[in-house]
Design a protein around this ligand. Structure first.
Ligand SMILES: [Zn+2]
Length: 378
């Protein structure tokens, strides 16, 4: 069932709950009113009349609010489904065209990316470019943000290109099975809470909002055929690394292994996020996102959820991808269930805020994410 309709039903129930609460509140007010009334005539008579009228107003108001709430839910849900329908058709056409012509566009973009992979100068240029595309897309996304805020959230897509690196001995930094599992977690959370479909950046990949969460499989994953140097495998302090040879190597690996999305990266239109599974990041950290880059790091060991029980790290890929989509660490009420909640950053004691394999996104986080340049309708 389309997320639009599911969400409409949830909000419909919310309207009913609010209505019930409203009637209960009216009844309580009425009882209190009568009880507080004076006992002598004509005061008691006037008071009773006043309480009665107040109650009629209260009940009418509650009823009207419910009518407005339910009507709006119907209208916004219908608009959401209609938009999903239009997007399904238009995106099928555009995806077909992109699958044929995208290669040429990406060929041109890859040449630009080669320049952007020059250490130092290239770093500055690609940060500038990413900042500009971020600002442009953010301005365009305002309209969509407003629609989302009033309840119209048709499905959008988020492209990713997962890459498993190889160490000095040619061993993979992560097992495919585990990578599929952590990406599936991301796909489920983004679809459920933000109506964002995670899709692999590749040709002829058709999708529609009329389907449930996507099924991640090994065909999504790229395995680097060559070994990576130690400084890339253990890319810890990534800001400094960005200016050096590590940033340069990662940039070139992104261009070659995730070539298909190059034109989107350069234009910032639904720019794919490359997820590098590396050997190690900083101590006490299972991943890293710089926001300004088109790639994130995820520790390969976060994918060992089947063998070593590192369940609490299973959300790292989703967490880092969300950083790239402009979400920051979230500590409201020290909520341990939030995807952006982080162990230790909410309180000095460092309760296991990240200890959940079913993280959620708040509503405003979902909206912000939908406005990201990595997330688009087409
Ligand atoms: Zn984080």
């Amino acid at each position: 069932m389309p997320r639009c309709i599911e969400w409409g039903e949830e909000r419909h129930q919310e309207c009913e709950r609010t209505e019930d609460q409203g009637y209960n509140e009216c009844a309580r007010e009425e009882d209190r009113g009568y009880a507080d009334c004076c006992t002598w005539w004509p005061c008691n008579w006037l008071c009773d009349a006043w309480v009665w009228i107040s109650n009629v107003v209260c009940v009418s108001w509650t009823w009207m609010s419910n009518v407005v709430c339910v009507s709006w839910t119907w209208i916004s849900t219908a608009a959401c489904v209609a938009w999903d329908f239009v997007v399904t058709i238009v995106s099928a056409i555009l995806t077909t065209i992109e699958s044929i012509l995208g290669w040429i566009l990406s060929g041109v973009a890859a040449i630009i990316e080669l320049i952007l992979s020059i250490p130092g100068l290239g770093t500055v240029l690609r940060w500038l470019l990413n900042l500009v595309t971020f600002l442009v897309v953010s301005m365009v996304a305002v309209g969509d943000l407003i629609l989302g805020a009033v309840g119209i959230r048709p499905e959008k897509t988020l492209r990713i290109c997962p890459v498993i690196l190889r160490d000095e001995n040619g061993e993979q930094t992560a097992e495919v099975e585990g990578v599929v599992a952590v990406l599936q977690l991301a796909a489920d959370v983004f679809k459920r809470d933000a109506n964002i479909r995670l899709i692999p950046s590749r040709p002829f990949n058709y999708s529609t909002g009329f389907e449930g969460a996507p099924q991640v499989d090994e065909s999504w994953i790229h395995i680097d055929s060559r070994s990576s140097p130690t400084e890339v495998l253990d890319a810890g302090d990534s800001v400094a690394n960005e200016f050096g040879i590590v940033g340069s190597i990662l940039q070139m690996k992104m261009t070659s292994l995730c070539f298909y999305g190059a034109w989107r990266r350069i234009t910032g239109f639904g720019a794919p996020i490359t997820v590098f599974f590396i050997r190690n990041t900083l101590p006490n950290s299972s991943g890293r996102s710089l926001w300004i880059t088109d790639y994130v790091f995820v520790n390969g060991n976060t994918t060992e959820i089947f063998t070593s029980g590192l369940q609490r790290n299973a959300r790292t890929a989703a967490h880092e991808i969300a950083h790239s989509c402009s979400l920051w660490h979230e500590c409201i009420d020290n909520d341990p269930t939030n995807l952006m909640g982080v162990s230790g950053s909410c309180d000095p004691v460092g309760t296991l805020a990240a200890d959940t394999d079913n993280p959620i996104l708040y509503d405003w986080q979902a909206l912000l994410m939908r406005g990201s340049k990595h997330v688009s309708y087409f």
